[in-house]
Design a protein around this ligand. Structure first.
Ligand code: KPL
Length: 332
């Protein structure tokens, strides 16, 4: 049966997708899209991961016990060899790699390509908009959790809502195009809601505060998320970091999506109790973390408006000091 134009738009049929930053989350989205019949190319600088996907397909285990899907999907280490341009680029690199990814993105882009950032922290949307324009920038916040379990293998830890919407300054993406992206993701089995621009900003800040309270502390203490609410001193630090971030959001006029962000963050830590946070995973592998886009960004935003965020500043400095200690070891 032929699809009409609006049906096609709503399901995103015919869209070709590149995932730039096929780590855990990028591979999850790209893999599920490919399994739903969407033409996808996964791109990552992790040569082993890409070689394994090219040889044996991408394996996704979970979320249920015993669930496993092996998905044939195109994969490349270099955007120039990915077969662009694409209709949609999912940007899922870690935040410190955003500038490098945007600089390499040229071969993926046509004049109409949309870029959807699903990254953590502040500053990614602005960087994408500076590269492709705000009318082609979409921002998403997702509750999906995944981790890499080996080359060509990821584990889908659990699902949840993915919210996407237009960037909030300058001309915004046309609603039909946003709906097409949402339709595409729904076809791949993701629960998706489209938000108006101001609510995207609220969603980004609400997630930011959760990450500010959980990620750096779990990375410094070497504990799973669920330990933070249980340890009285850690709990106090979570509360202080989140309260500082909430004060900045309030001063900037950004409504948060929960009445009590400290209680909300502690509830997320408990609900994701067995998870090792993405920053803990980065620290364990001695990879650059997103701390400057999370706690560092809150401290910088506070400073710009004459507020203080000493707990976020200290958490950022502690993680940076760790990173510097590895850089020094590597330089020796
Ligand atoms: O988003 C997360 C992360 O690890 O980056 C949380 C919500 C803390 C879950 O682990």
């Amino acid at each position: 049966m032929e699809m009409g134009g609006s049906q096609r738009e709503a399901s995103g049929a015919g869209m070709r997708v590149a995932v730039l930053g096929a780590g855990a989350l990028g591979s999850l989205f790209g893999g599920r899209l490919a399994a739903a019949g969407v033409p996808v190319t996964l791109i990552s600088t992790r040569a082993e991961h890409i070689a394994a996907i090219r040889a044996r397909g991408l394996t996704i285990t979970g979320p249920g016990p015993g669930e496993e899907q092996v998905i044939p999907v195109a994969a490349a280490t270099d955007p120039a060899a990915a077969g662009g341009p694409f209709d949609l680029v999912l940007l899922t690199v870690k935040a410190p790699a955003t500038a490098r990814a945007l600089a390499a993105m040229g071969p993926l882009l046509g004049p109409e390509t949309l870029v959807l950032t699903l990254q953590n922290g502040l500053g990614n949307a602005e960087a994408v908009a500076a590269r492709v324009g705000s009318a082609r920038t979409l921002v998403g916040v997702t509750a999906q959790g995944a981790r890499v379990t080996g080359p060509g293998r990821i584990h889908h830890a659990g699902g949840g809502l993915t919210e996407i919407g237009p960037y909030w300054e300058g001309p915004a993406a046309e609603p039909e195009r946003v709906a097409a992206v949402a339709g595409l993701l729904r076809r791949a089995g993701f629960a998706v809601e489209v938000l108006p621009a101001p609510e995207v900003r609220s969603a980004v800040w609400t997630k930011l505060l959760v990450n500010a309270g959980i990620n750096a502390l779990t990375a410094l203490l070497g504990v799973a998320n669920g330990r933070l609410p249980e340890l009285p001193s850690a709990r106090e630090l979570v509360a202080a970091a989140v309260a500082e971030g909430a004060a900045v959001a309030r001063a900037l006029g950004i409504p948060l999506r929960c009445p009590d962000p400290v209680a909300y963050t502690l509830a997320v830590a408990a609900a994701t109790g067995a998870n090792r946070s993405s920053m803990l995973a980065d620290v364990e592998r001695r990879r650059p973390t997103e701390v400057m886009q999370i706690n560092g960004a809150i401290a910088a935003a506070a400073e710009r408006i004459g507020l203080a965020a000493p707990v976020n500043r200290t958490l950022a400095l502690l993680i940076r000091a760790l990173e510097e200690s590895w850089e020094e070891t590597q330089a020796r």
